[in-house]
Write a protein that binds this ligand. Structure first.
Ligand SMILES: [Zn+2]
Length: 329
C-alpha cells in the first residue's frame, strides 16, 4: 500500500482513539466519567452572538488535507459544539459552576473569575491530554525517523505543558474549594461589545525566540513552571468583558500591558489587540457570523499563514501586520 496512505490511516486511527477515549472528571478526587462540559454559557453568552444557533470557529485541518484546504479552516459550528471538552462529571459540572450559570452572573466577583479561569485551564489540560494521546498512539512503522523524533518531542512538550497547567489548576482549586483566593488574581474590564469569545491560558515569553530553530523553541517550552495568564473575553448585552489573570510571584509584564491597553485605548486599538491575540496567541476562539463576514478573504488567508508559522513563538513582541477586525463597523 502507498506509504502516505499508511501514514494517514495510522494518524486517523490514533486521533479517533484519543478523541473517543473515556475521560474522568477533572475535579479533584472524583473518579466519575466526564461529560461534555462548556467553557462559556450557552444561554447568555454563546446564544446571543449565534445566528440560527451557529457561530464561526477556527479548526486545524487533517494533516493530509492541508495541501488542498490549507492548515486552518474557519468553520460554521453549532453552539453546542463550541468551547466544549470532556471536563467534569454531571454532578460537578452542575454544582461547581452553578453561580456562573445563574441568570445574571457578576463577572467582577472573585468566585466567578476563578470559575471562569478554572474552566479555561481545564479545557486546555484536556485538549493537551488528547493531543498527547494522539501523538503517542500513532503506529510509527511507516514514518521517517525525523518525524518520529518530532512526534516524541511534541509529545514531551504536551506533557510539560500539562504539568505546568496542573500547578495553576491546583491554585484555582484553592479558591474554588477552600475560598483561598490569595495565590492568583483576576481583573475584569468592560470594553465596547465585540462578538468574539476567547478563553485561553497564555504563556508569554520575554526572550527573543523568533530566530531560534523549532527544536530549541520546544526545549525552551519544556521549562516549568511558566508564567501563565488566563485571558477571557466575551460579550454580554451592550459590552464585552475582558478578564485577565495574574499569577502571584511573576512579573506579569504582558498582563499589565494588556490591562492598561484594554482600560485606556480607543475602540480601534482594542480591536487590533484582539486581532493580535487570536492571530498570535490562541487557537480557541469563536465569533459571530456578522464578525466573520466583516473579515476580508485576503486577511483571513494572511491570518492562516501567520498562525501556522508562529504557533510556537510565545514572544511578547511578536508583531502581527494585519488586523482581522479592521473593517468592523
Ligand atoms: Zn466529578
Amino acid at each position: 500500500m502507498d506509504i502516505l496512505l499508511e501514514r494517514s490511516k495510522s494518524i486517523d486511527f490514533a486521533v479517533k482513539q484519543a478523541k473517543n477515549k473515556a475521560r474522568l472528571c477533572l475535579f479533584p478526587n472524583c473518579s466519575n466519567a466526564a461529560i461534555k462540559s462548556h467553557v462559556f454559557q450557552r444561554n447568555g453568552i454563546l446564544n446571543q452572538i449565534a445566528s440560527k444557533g451557529h457561530v464561526y470557529k477556527v479548526e486545524p485541518t487533517n494533516i493530509f488535507e492541508r495541501s488542498k484546504k490549507g492548515s486552518l479552516l474557519f468553520k460554521r459550528t453549532g453552539i453546542n459544539d463550541v468551547f466544549t471538552f470532556p471536563g467534569y462529571c454531571k454532578d460537578h459540572d452542575n454544582s461547581v459552576f452553578k453561580k456562573l450559570e445563574s441568570g445574571n452572573p457578576d463577572f467582577y466577583a472573585v468566585q466567578n473569575q476563578f470559575l471562569l479561569g478554572y474552566r479555561c485551564i481545564c479545557q486546555e489540560i484536556r485538549i493537551k491530554e488528547i493531543s498527547y494521546d494522539c501523538l503517542s498512539g500513532v503506529d510509527v512503522t511507516h514514518f521517517h525517523p525525523a518525524s518520529i523524533s518530532q512526534f516524541k518531542l511534541s509529545a514531551a512538550g504536551y506533557l510539560k505543558g500539562i504539568e505546568n497547567l496542573l500547578i495553576f489548576k491546583k491554585i484555582l482549586e484553592e479558591g474554588i474549594i477552600n475560598s483561598d483566593y490569595s495565590h492568583y488574581s483576576f481583573v475584569t474590564l468592560k470594553i465596547p461589545r465585540v462578538e468574539l469569545c476567547i478563553s485561553a491560558p497564555l504563556t508569554i515569553s520575554y526572550d527573543r525566540l523568533i530566530h531560534i530553530p523549532r527544536e530549541l523553541q520546544l526545549k525552551k517550552l519544556l521549562e516549568v513552571p511558566i508564567e501563565t495568564t488566563m485571558f477571557n473575553t466575551f460579550p454580554v448585552k451592550d459590552y464585552s468583558y475582558v478578564i485577565i489573570g495574574f499569577c502571584k510571584n511573576f512579573e506579569n509584564k504582558w498582563a499589565n500591558e494588556m490591562k492598561a491597553l484594554f482600560e485606556n485605548s480607543s475602540t480601534k486599538t482594542i480591536l487590533k489587540a484582539l486581532s493580535d491575540l487570536v492571530s498570535a496567541r490562541c487557537e480557541f476562539w469563536c465569533m459571530s457570523e456578522k464578525l466573520f463576514l466583516s473579515i476580508l478573504k485576503k486577511i483571513r488567508e494572511e491570518y492562516k499563514v501567520f498562525f501556522m508559522q508562529n504557533v510556537l513563538d510565545h514572544n511578547k513582541d511578536l508583531l502581527v501586520n494585519f488586523n482581522l477586525f479592521q473593517d468592523l463597523r
